[in-house]
Write a protein that binds this ligand. Structure first.
Ligand code: ARG
Length: 409
């Protein structure tokens, strides 16, 4: 890890995600963490630069994942989850944040964590105590009693309940206010059952319209965006009506609701890689049989609905549910997105400028442009030809600091 205040990247082929094309032989100047010049090498500014020759590499904006759980490990599913304390979750987060950054993901949205461990992690990264991506964190996810965002593993006498559980419009408003108080920058709630929770149905809506509308209204009053976990079509339709900013999973979204999402500008954050992990390694990782059974029903369907949404032109985020599978493997989803209907450029745009726009950080991140933070990654081959190249990132810069570099020696 080297800190330089003036860095010049030369001989760079870069992916312009705003114009949607590859631009050859560029120079990029970085001063105090920000991009101050992008253009033809002949016009690069003079002065005393630390120069990095990027010949042969393809540069792109730092990647982004709109749905991760940095405080969770892929080895701790089902009943094993009960053995993970909040301090342990925070320590997991430290290790996972580093893995995520070194995989080229310079910004993530963390959607659900215990005890505000995600906020502590974010603050520690910002203070330079540990390394990791920029984080937009939700704190505990909101959910109904017995819903996907509750903890349903133990019998009644244990009185076990997840932190974000609330029933009723005013109770959910109070939870939004509490998350805001402790540093959340996005509100996550569960609008249907889920795969990995015990006793919940994918198709069953959770929260009434009144409750969803209260969550969204309160969050928007406070200037926070809202992400809903929703697989079934009723929950998706109701959450869209309530005005959420992104639908996570969106597995059974109807054609009609794809149109509603398009009209409202709602992002779809469809985690179409993780099914492969759940069905191959899930059992060994402690995932309950009933969850494996739900995944067998929903995995392929979600990919088909992803394809339909892409074809219709919906705004697609790049969200993977990292933490269900191992952190650092986020980029495996690129090849899935291309297999199911995106061009490599569209998949890269989703993970860069698309996510930045969903996060509301597009003036600072999401593209390699003058004035933005110097969050830049590179691969030794062109990912527009083979998007799976992004699974092996060779260069990672965040805020102008190089964290990984196997391109220039
Ligand atoms: N956290 C999600 C849930 O439990 C994971 C869903 C994974 N499956 C999928 N096909 N995307 O519902």
């Amino acid at each position: 890890q080297e800190t330089t205040s003036k860095t010049l990247l030369i001989n760079a082929d870069l992916i312009d995600v705003v114009k949607g094309k590859l631009v050859k032989n560029q120079a990029i100047a970085i001063e105090n963490g920000k991009i101050t010049f992008v253009g033809n090498a002949s016009k690069a500014p003079d002065g005393d630069w630390e120069t990095l020759d990027m010949a042969g590499a393809t540069l792109l904006p730092g990647l982004s994942d709109s749905h991760v759980h940095l405080t969770s490990n892929a080895s701790d599913h089902g009943y094993r989850r009960l053995t993970i304390s909040t301090p342990r979750a925070a320590i997991n987060g430290v290790a996972n944040a580093k893995k995520t950054l070194l995989a080229g993901f310079t910004s993530v949205r963390n959607l659900g964590a215990p005890g505000y461990a995600d906020i502590a992690l974010k603050d520690s990264i910002e203070d330079g105590i540990v390394i990791g991506p920029r984080i937009i964190a939700s704190g505990p996810s909101l959910g109904i009693t017995g819903g996907h965002c509750d903890s349903n593993l133990l019998p009644f006498e244990y009185q076990n309940k997840a932190e974000g559980v609330a029933d009723g419009p005013w109770a959910v408003r109070a939870k939004v206010r509490q998350n805001n108080k402790y540093g959340a920058e996005v509100i996550k709630f569960c609008g249907t059952g889920g795969v990995l929770s015990k006793g919940t149905k994918l198709g069953a809506q959770q929260f009434t319209f009144e409750e969803m509308a209260a969550i969204v209204d309160e969050a928007h009053l406070l200037g926070l965006k809202v992400a809903v976990h929703a697989h079934g079509s009723d929950g998706i339709a109701t959450a869209l009506k309530a005005g959420v900013d992104s639908v996570e999973h969106a597995s059974m979204i109807t054609d009609e609701d794809i149109q509603v999402a398009i009209e409202q500008g709602t992002y779809l954050s469809m985690d179409i890689y993780v099914s492969d992990f759940i069905l191959s390694e899930g059992e060994a990782a402690g995932i309950l049989e009933e969850s494996l059974e739900k995944e067998r029903k929903v995995g392929r369907l979600q990919r088909e609905r992803f394809q339909a949404a892409v074809k219709a032109g919906a705004k697609m985020a790049f969200g993977t549910d990292g933490g269900v599978y191992s952190h650092g493997l986020n980029a495996r989803q690129f090849a899935k997105m291309v297999e199911w209907g995106m061009t490599p450029m569209q998949a890269i745009q989703a993970s860069t400028i698309g996510n930045a726009t969903l996060f509301g950080t597009e003036t600072n991140t999401g593209s390699i442009e003058v004035g933005k933070f110097a969050d830049i990654v590179a691969v030794s081959a062109n990912p527009l030809t083979d998007v799976s190249e992004l699974e092996d990132i060779d260069f990672v810069m965040k805020d102008g600091v190089v964290y990984k570099n196997t391109i220039t020696q």
